[in-house]
Design a binder for this molecule. Structure first.
Ligand code: NDP
Ligand code: 8X3
Length: 255
């Protein structure tokens, strides 16, 4: 992984931050995207100090197509030669029924999880094709496998991530590029706090009685997919806590 260039969206928290740590620890140079500039600055300083790698910050909202286009066009020299794109930025807001939820909130979820991911792919992959090397790793979800109560729109976005990953893999089949869809189950990050609109207590309650995965656990899986020999394409991985069986069935031991 030494000297590879890895672009990670949504690197300021959870799975994205875990991926940044893991790839940096293995000698990759990183382009980190996010919206919180203070967090990006702190992460850059920490990873550069600890691992001696180079980090370029690319702060923008993945929903803002113009900002994304300008940011990718601004990359020069080695930074333009992105080897791995980790499409991670994503969220869900609320647990409303499909006929009751807030359309403006759902716009945010769809624009980030689907259109943001697609825009990043559209902007980065042509360069990979030209160079004849590259790997696109999308963070999908177990939520994309089957809908669950209160998750309709989020589940639809992650089903879209699966379709976009599969479609891209088909479109790139005559190239050396690889496409991976990582589908995590329960991962304890800020994700659930955002899902419950900032209610941290409710988010903590959700993980009571089960040992959830961490962002670092998913980062290990992402890194594994990225580091297998080039003739191997890890197409899809479903990763859950041991006590989770499906998107809706898990075992929680409450004393
Ligand atoms: P976090 O909330 O901890 O991290 C999400 C990251 O995405 C943050 O850095 C956030 O930045 C960033 N982000 C959100 N919207 C945008 C945007 N418009 N532009 C740029 N960055 C943005 O959650 P996770 O780490 O858990 O989530 C990462 C991915 O993993 C998501 O795609 C999620 O759907 C997926 N996932 C999560 C699971 C879980 O149980 N946690 C399970 C399965 C999949 P900011 O702080 O600025 O919002
Ligand atoms: C988030 C995981 O289980 O809440 O993608 O759908 S879950």
């Amino acid at each position: 992984m030494k000297d590879k260039i890895v672009l990670i969206t949504g690197a300021t928290s959870g799975i994205g931050e875990g991926c940044a740590r893991k790839f940096a620890s293995q000698g990759a140079n990183l382009i980190l995207n996010g919206r919180n500039i203070q967090k990006l600055d702190a992460l850059k300083a920490d990873l550069e100090n600890r691992f001696g790698v180079r980090i370029l910050l690319l702060p923008f909202d993945v929903r803002d197509r113009e900002a994304a286009t300008t940011a990718i066009a601004s990359l020069s020299g080695k930074w333009a030669d992105i080897d791995i794109l980790v499409n991670n930025a994503g969220l869900v807001i609320g647990v409303d029924k499909e006929f009751e939820g807030n359309l403006d909130e759902w716009d945010i979820v769809i624009d980030t999880n689907v259109k943001g991911l697609l825009a990043m792919t559209r902007l980065v992959v042509p360069g990979m094709v030209k160079r004849g090397r590259g790997h696109i790793i999308n963070i999908g979800s177990i939520a994309g496998d089957a809908a669950y109560p209160g998750g309709s729109v989020y589940c639809a976005t992650k089903a879209a991530v699966k379709a976009l990953s599969d479609g891209l893999r088909i479109d790139l089949v005559d190239t050396p590029l690889r496409v991976t869809n990582i589908k995590p189950g329960m991962v304890e990050t800020n994700f659930t706090v955002v899902r419950y609109r900032g209610d941290k207590e409710r988010a903590d309650e959700f993980y009571k009685g089960i040992r959830p995965l961490t962002g670092d656990d998913i980062a290990e899986t992402v890194y594994f997919a990225a580091s297998v020999p080039e003739h191997i394409q890890i197409a899809e991985v479903l990763v859950m806590p041991t006590h989770q069986a499906t998107g809706t069935i898990s075992y929680k031991k409450i004393d």
